[in-house]
Design a protein around this ligand. Structure first.
Ligand SMILES: [Zn+2]
Length: 182
């Protein structure tokens, strides 16, 4: 009897641990996941199955974040000029444009829940307005066009309805850190 109860106790403990670790995993992945149904979907992710990618495929460091300086609305990621920039999340290209006084060569990609903005590319982005892009697909190269003093990617995220459409600015850093871990 005594033996039985201690075994039962052990079993309960294990069950609790299992539940706790499962919950932990769910919490960890739920933190920045856009939540439900983000799979690469119908077309199937040709890019290795992941539905996210860190936007720079090269050595990089984090620069100014949201609120650094006046009105900084994104996260800067410093990397060497001409390194590839890829789409962090899949979506449809909403804008491709050039703004000398600010964004330089930039692209805005409309994802499921957010608009993703990539600025200061060295040349015109390699994607076109209306085009569908997968996470991990190349969209341009790191540069320093517009208001920028060194090669870097300025990355913004705006909640629906999106960038300059009344969407709310979101701090992209936690997302970037997660994508960075692969
Ligand atoms: Zn910036």
């Amino acid at each position: 009897m005594k033996r039985l109860t201690s075994r039962t106790g052990l079993f309960l403990l294990f069950s609790l641990l299992a539940v706790a670790s499962l919950a932990g995993v769910a919490l960890a992945s739920g933190g920045v996941a856009t939540g439900g149904g983000t799979g690469t979907g119908g077309g199937g992710g040709g890019g290795g199955g992941k539905d996210y990618a860190f936007p720079i495929r090269a050595k990089h460091t984090y620069g100014d974040g949201i609120g650094a300086g006046r009105g900084h609305q994104g996260q800067d990621i410093l990397a060497n000029c001409r390194k590839n920039i890829v789409a962090a999340r899949s979506g449809r290209v909403r804008y491709v444009d050039y703004q000398a006084s600010g964004a330089g060569n930039y692209a805005v990609i409309k994802g499921k829940k957010y608009d993703y903005v990539y600025m200061h590319m060295i040349n015109k982005p390699s994607v076109k307005k209306g085009e569908r892009v997968d996470a991990g697909e190349k969209i341009g190269k790191v540069g320093s066009t517009g208001r920028s003093s060194a090669c870097h990617l300025h990355f913004e995220m705006w909640r629906k309805p999106g960038w300059y459409r009344g969407g709310r600015l979101t701090n992209p850093k936690p997302f970037l850190k997660r994508w960075d871990r692969g």
